[in-house]
Design a protein around this ligand. Structure first.
Ligand code: FPP
Length: 242
């Protein structure tokens, strides 16, 4: 691997948590006259390489958008291909303890096939406690669904007498989100030229720096990540202050 452009950047200046919208697989495949599913497979390979690179840089949290609550509108064979990647590829990437990555899923698991739910839970269990990097895979994830899910659970807890509506604040509400106990993302990157966040981490991203890039996800390299981080380092983050 070539020397990172970030070699001179002190570790504490790097983003703690990076979010990635892995967009452009379909266009990458179409440009080559290949089925969209080939684009997703290539995108999964890119994902594996970027996890390794983030770990090498010392990034603590990486969240990737792999399947949104809106993606059910896609043709069944494309949905099946994405489920297959979830079944086989993630297992391959994360089963070895030497990978030192703690895997966590964000989203509503209950709509997925039972074997997939079990696999997700097993991977979460087996990788818990690994400290190299935490990788969140947002799968059947939608930001609005996450907030409704949290509100529903909070209301249930109120009805059970565990808390009262007057006690809610941002910190407590965050504990009902799929990202509970994790820091908010500092940087969100969307390749593929689209400039929107598409229901990705709306609660958590209010102070995230957004970087949009023209590269399609399967072509995204460690060098692209360096570029996005260098752009992030140029930004003045004031969090509402002066
Ligand atoms: C968006 O590109 C991408 C997706 C909906 C799927 C992302 C999935 C991967 C990168 C594979 C990794 C999978 C796992 C389970 C980790 P698009 O298909 O909308 O591309 P387009 O906008 O060019 O059509």
């Amino acid at each position: 691997m070539a020397v990172s452009k970030l070699a001179q950047v002190p570790k504490e200046k790097l983003p703690v948590h990076i979010g990635l919208i892995m967009d452009g697989n379909g266009r990458w495949a179409a440009k080559r006259g290949l089925p969209r599913t080939v684009g997703h497979k290539q995108g999964a390979d890119t994902f594996g390489k970027i996890v390794q690179y983030c770990k090498k840089l010392g990034i603590r949290y990486l969240t990737v958008y792999a399947f949104s609550t809106e993606n059910w509108k896609r043709p069944p064979e494309e949905i099946q291909a994405l489920m297959k990647l979830l079944r086989d590829y993630l297992e391959e990437l994360f089963k070895h303890p030497k990978e030192d990555a703690c895997l966590h899923f964000l989203g509503d698991k209950t709509a997925l096939d039972l074997d997939i739910q079990e696999r997700m839970e097993r991977l979460e269990r087996e990788s818990a406690g690994r400290t190299g990097i935490t990788v969140n895979v947002a799968f059947n994830y939608g930001g609005r669904e996450e907030i409704m899910h949290a509100a529903r659970q909070f209301a249930r807890d109120c009805m059970d007498g565990k808390c009262s509506p007057d006690e809610i604040n941002e910190e407590r509400f965050s504990q009902y989100l799929y990202t509970k106990n994790q820091p908010d993302p500092d940087l969100i990157i969307r390749p593929s030229g689209e400039q929107r966040t598409s229901n990705f981490l709306p609660w958590q991203s209010v102070y995230a720096e957004l970087v949009f890039m023209d590269v399609l996800w399967p072509d995204f390299t460690p060098d692209c990540l360096d570029e996005a981080i260098l752009e992030y380092l140029q930004r003045a983050r004031r969090f509402g202050g002066v």
